[in-house]
Design a protein around this ligand. Sequence first.
Ligand code: SF4
Ligand code: SF4
Length: 272
Amino acid sequence: MSEQHHEAHKHHEGHGTKYKYGMVIDLDKCTGCGACMVACMAENNISFRKDNSDKLLSNYWMRVYKISNGLPFPDTEICYIPRPCMHCEGHGHHHHTPCVSVCPAVATDYDQETGIVSQIYTRCFGCRYCMAACPYHVRVFNWWDPKWPEGMEKYLSPDVSVRMRGVVEKCSFCNHRLQRARNKAYAEERREIHEDEYQTACTQACPAGAITFGDLQNPEHEVHKLKDSPGAFRLLEKLGTNPKVYYVSSRAWVLKAADVYIGEEGKGVTHP
Ligand code: SF4
Ligand code: SF4
């Protein structure tokens, strides 16, 4: 993307962020396979427990939820909703990203250049205010030091720090991949990185191509167009969190379940 483009957009969209990285997830494409969850765990050194089906013990940055239209067979329909951190922008000059506003340690912050909400583990002292403030339940607390089966620690990524007991963690939009792409661009004497040079692990792992990632305010990136598609919405939009993760669905009951009200069409929705 050209420098001129960024200059033009800098003052018209968002709150002066140069880039606004985000996602558009197509719920009509997602099959609920969980590849995004596995890829995320491998990429970000997320440890797992002996029984990872135990919600109190497990730890995910990307989680796939399942909802149903609540109708009996043969009218039953299922929709899977992959849920990373929404990297909420908030509104107004001071943003008011829920988790950032409450953190007393500035351990989590809204990056003014990329729009990515960061988490600095060594600053976090585990008060968990951010977990209480996040309406999307994306944050997890480390009750234990991480453990991997013997030998598996050799496969840990050197680009992502391993978290210790007592701190909160969450999806970073694979921020280390952005750093890597930037380093490569600088080495090649470029200032801008291309869309395909910075992609999250979940995006690349999804066999259905349901997750699209890029700069929401760059017209050359696919997300820019997709976020305005018919049936595009964001979760809990009425709270004013201004999330940077968009969803798309053509199904009326899915929109209703996601709190996008469209009259009587979505009657009978359940959240199992
Ligand atoms: S989804 Fe939660 S953790 Fe992520 S930016 Fe929003 S409030 Fe913070
Ligand atoms: S748990 Fe850590 S990141 Fe969350 S509010 Fe407390 S210090 Fe900040």
